[in-house]
Write a protein that binds this ligand. Structure first.
Ligand SMILES: [Zn+2]
Ligand SMILES: [Zn+2]
Length: 171
C-alpha cells in the first residue's frame, strides 16, 4: 500500500497564515456545499482530512475561527489578510477531532491522494465530468465522509504504541 506521508508547512494564498501538517491524509474530498462555495470563492472546495493531532498552528497565529453552522459543523479558520481558508476542525469525540486543510495550501508538487468523492453534489454549480463518486444530500454526504474517515483510521497501524512497547520490553 502506498502511504502518502506529508510533512510540510501549509499556507494560505497570501502566505501570512500557516499550519504545520505532519501525517498521512485520511481522505480527500471535493465539497460542493454552499458554505464551501462562499468561503473558498470557488464552485467547490478541494480539501484533505487529517487527524487533528497531525495539524498544528503557530502559537502566535492570527487565524480567525468561525462556526458557520450548528454541530456537527466545522470550526473554520480563515486568514485575516486574504480571508482564505487555512484549516478547519471538526470534533468527532471528546478525544478526537478532524482537521481539514485545503489542497491549494500544500506545495503544488506534493504527492497527495486523489479525491475520494464529491459531496453535497446536489449543490453543484456545474456537473463534474469525472469518475469520482458523487454523493447527493446533506445526511448522505456527512455519513459518507464519516465512513471514509473511520475506515482510514481503522486501517492505521497503531505504530507509536507498538514502538513504545517494544522499547519498553528491551529494558
Ligand atoms: Zn492569507
Ligand atoms: Zn462544504
Amino acid at each position: 500500500m502506498i502511504t502518502l506521508w506529508v510533512n510540510q508547512t501549509t499556507s494560505c494564498q497570501c502566505g501570512s497564515s500557516l499550519a504545520d501538517v505532519c501525517g498521512e491524509p485520511l481522505t480527500r474530498l471535493l465539497c460542493h456545499c454552499e458554505i464551501c462555495q462562499s468561503v473558498y470563492q470557488q464552485a467547490y472546495a478541494d480539501v484533505l482530512i487529517f487527524s487533528g493531532r497531525d495539524v498544528s498552528l503557530p502559537d502566535d497565529h492570527a487565524i480567525e475561527f468561525r462556526r458557520h453552522r450548528l454541530p456537527p459543523a466545522l470550526t473554520r479558520g480563515a486568514c485575516p489578510q486574504c480571508r482564505m481558508p487555512v484549516v478547519a476542525f471538526m470534533r468527532t469525540s471528546p478525544f478526537h477531532q478532524l482537521a481539514f486543510v485545503p489542497r491549494a495550501n500544500f506545495r503544488p508538487e506534493t504527492m497527495l491522494p486523489g479525491p475520494a468523492m464529491h459531496i453535497f453534489y446536489h449543490r453543484r454549480v456545474a456537473d463534474m465530468d469525472d469518475a469520482v463518486p458523487k454523493v447527493d444530500g446533506y445526511f448522505p454526504s456527512e455519513t459518507s465522509v464519516l465512513v471514509a474517515v473511520t475506515k482510514a483510521l481503522l486501517q492505521r497501524r497503531p505504530e507509536p504504541v507498538a514502538h513504545a512497547r517494544s522499547r519498553r520490553g528491551k529494558r
